[in-house]
Write a protein that binds this ligand. Structure first.
Ligand code: COA
Length: 153
C-alpha cells in the first residue's frame, strides 16, 4: 500500500503537535504550539500510510521569491521508505503553484536534501526574515544547522 500526501486538516493538529514535539525534544526541530499549528494548518501537508498520519511538513513564505520548508518529519518506523521525499515533492509543487522560485531549509539532514535536489549554501545569503523564528530556538546563539536551497526552474 503506497503512502499518500494530502493537505493537513484541523483534526490533524494533535498528531502534528505530538510528532513535532518529539523531534523538538531531541533538538532537531523547533516546537510548535497547538494554537500555532491550528492557525497555520493551511501551510501543512501530511503523509498517510494505511489511513494513519506518519509524516508532516510545512511551507513558510519568507518573501515574494522565497519559501522555507519547516517541520518536516517522519514517524520513526516509517523512515527510509521515500515518504520524506514525497512530502518534499508535494511542498515543492505547492511552491511552484505559488510561482515562488526558491525553496530553502535549515537542517541537519543534508544528504537527504541533496538527494532531493537541494544544494548547501551560506546562511548569510538569506534575508533577515529567515531568522525571526530562531528566537524560539535554544541554539540561537550557536546555530549549527546547515542551509540548503533549491532553485526551481
Ligand atoms: C529527514 C527525514 C525527513 C527523511 O525522510 P525519509 O522518509 O526517511 O527519507 P526518504 O526515505 O524519502 O529518503 C530519501 C533519500 O534520502 C536518503 N536519506 C534519508 N535520510 C537520510 C539521512 N539521515 N542521511 C543520509 N541519507 C538519508 C535515503 O537513503 C534516500 O536515498 P535513496 O533515494 O538513494 O534511497 C526523516 O529522516 C526525519 O523525519 N528525520 C528527523 C526530522 C528531521 O531532521 N527533519 C528535517 C528537518 S528540516
Amino acid at each position: 500500500m503506497p503512502a499518500v500526501c494530502r493537505k493537513a486538516r484541523v483534526e490533524d493538529v494533535e498528531l502534528l503537535y505530538q510528532m513535532i514535539q518529539g523531534y523538538a525534544e531531541q533538538g532537531i526541530m523547533l516546537p510548535r504550539s497547538r494554537k500555532v499549528l491550528k492557525r497555520q494548518i493551511e501551510e501543512f501537508v501530511v503523509a498517510e500510510f494505511g489511513g494513519i498520519v506518519v509524516g508532516c511538513g510545512s511551507l513558510c513564505q519568507l518573501g515574494s521569491d522565497l519559501v522555507e520548508i519547516r517541520s518536516l518529519g517522519i514517524a520513526e518506523d516509517f523512515k527510509g521508505k521515500g515518504i520524506g521525499s514525497m512530502l518534499v515533492d508535494s511542498l515543492i509543487a505547492e511552491a511552484r503553484r505559488r510561482e515562488i522560485p526558491k525553496v530553502m531549509a535549515l537542517t541537519y539532514e543534508v544528504s537527504f536534501f541533496i538527494k532531493n535536489g537541494f544544494s548547501v549554501v551560506e546562511k548569510e545569503i538569506f534575508p533577515e526574515k529567515v531568522w525571526t523564528d530562531c528566537i524560539h530556538c535554544k541554539k540561537r546563539h550557536a546555530c549549527d544547522e546547515i542551509a540548503v536551497l533549491r532553485v526551481l526552474d
